[in-house]
Design a protein. Structure first.
Length: 306
């Protein structure tokens, strides 16, 4: 015997007749297949937020379960790409049977990349937080990609002060005009030679880009390009030779947060596929209890998330 179950969303009218911008669900667990090269995909666990507009003022509510089912059926079975996302958002609107005209999707996940050490034969894995925001409004799809890059920053001012402190100590320890090279080298490589060290800190670049192309960029390639632009990405597995190489790399790339920001901005400005961008660089100071920060974006009428 089939029992007719009540459908409040369809069977009742709203007591207050007003449209609503976005109605939906957040933090839905969903597996994704993310393209990481031209020949391979990576299975990731994502959290999805999906919404539709409620444009019919008198409607009690949207059909939530239809959104969930379409999200599950499409994203968990098809590699993540723009066509897949567009199909999901179109079907989300159609599933509401006239209640909605627009839809949006936000996906949060991490991509893991294997990274070789600087000198040794070691390697390790590093995960990068990724957010993909997509909107389907007036039959047009727009999307933004956000990612976080961790790097090391060494303060130029602190480095200069450390060099001066070392110079003064050498002047005091070796007062004669002629200095024995052996004696100097022995002193510098001893604990007495550690006069001052410039302060360094783990730093972050938070980048959001709006893209023109009807395809997602290869996320690992974009990550590596930004890391090369900044110059001092954090490492995974390291031996002593790698740690020394990393120290030298930091000395070659002394930077204020303004320096890092200009490197990021120059990179974004030279990428024609980015029609808009927003970014923040954050140096989590070891000298201070506060952070040094730069925020910039392409257009004054900034509309990107961030």
């Amino acid at each position: 015997m089939t029992v007719s179950l009540p459908d409040v969303a369809s069977g009742q009218l709203a007591t207050t007749t007003l449209p609503l911008k976005w109605v939906g669900m957040e933090k839905i667990a969903i597996p994704l297949e993310v393209e990481i090269s031209s020949t391979s995909y990576q299975r990731v666990n994502a959290l999805a937020n999906i919404f539709v507009s409620l444009d019919k003022p008198e409607a009690k509510g949207i059909h939530m379960s239809r959104l969930y089912i379409r999200l599950r059926e499409i994203l968990s079975t098809t590699p993540l790409n723009i066509k897949t996302i567009e199909a999901l958002l179109k079907e989300s609107v159609q599933s509401q049977q006239g209640l909605s005209k627009a839809a949006k999707l936000e996906l949060q996940f991490e991509v893991t990349i294997d990274k070789p050490a600087l000198l040794s034969d070691q390697f390790g894995y590093q995960s990068y937080p990724i957010t993909l925001n997509c909107e389907y409004i007036n039959s047009e799809l727009s999307y933004e990609l956000s990612l976080t890059i961790a790097y090391s920053s060494t303060c130029p001012c602190s480095a200069a002060l450390s060099r001066q402190a070392l110079s003064e100590e050498i002047e005091e320890q070796f007062s004669h005009e002629m200095i024995s090279k052996h004696e100097l080298m022995t002193w510098i490589t001893s604990l007495k030679g550690s006069i001052a060290t410039p302060h360094s800190q783990r730093s972050f670049a938070y980048v959001t880009v709006k893209l023109t192309e009807r395809m997602l960029p290869l996320i690992p390639n974009l990550i590596k390009a930004l890391e090369q632009t900044i110059g001092t990405p954090v490492q995974t597995a390291v031996k002593r030779e790698d740690e020394q190489a990393f120290a030298k790399l930091n000395a070659e790339n002394l930077m204020f947060c303004e320096d890092a920001a200009r490197r990021v901005k120059q990179f974004l400005e030279t990428c024609p596929q980015f029609i808009d961008y927003w970014f923040k660089v954050e140096h989590q100071e070891s000298l201070h209890a506060h952070n040094a920060v730069v925020v910039d974006h392409k257009f004054p009428t900034h509309q990107l998330c961030g």
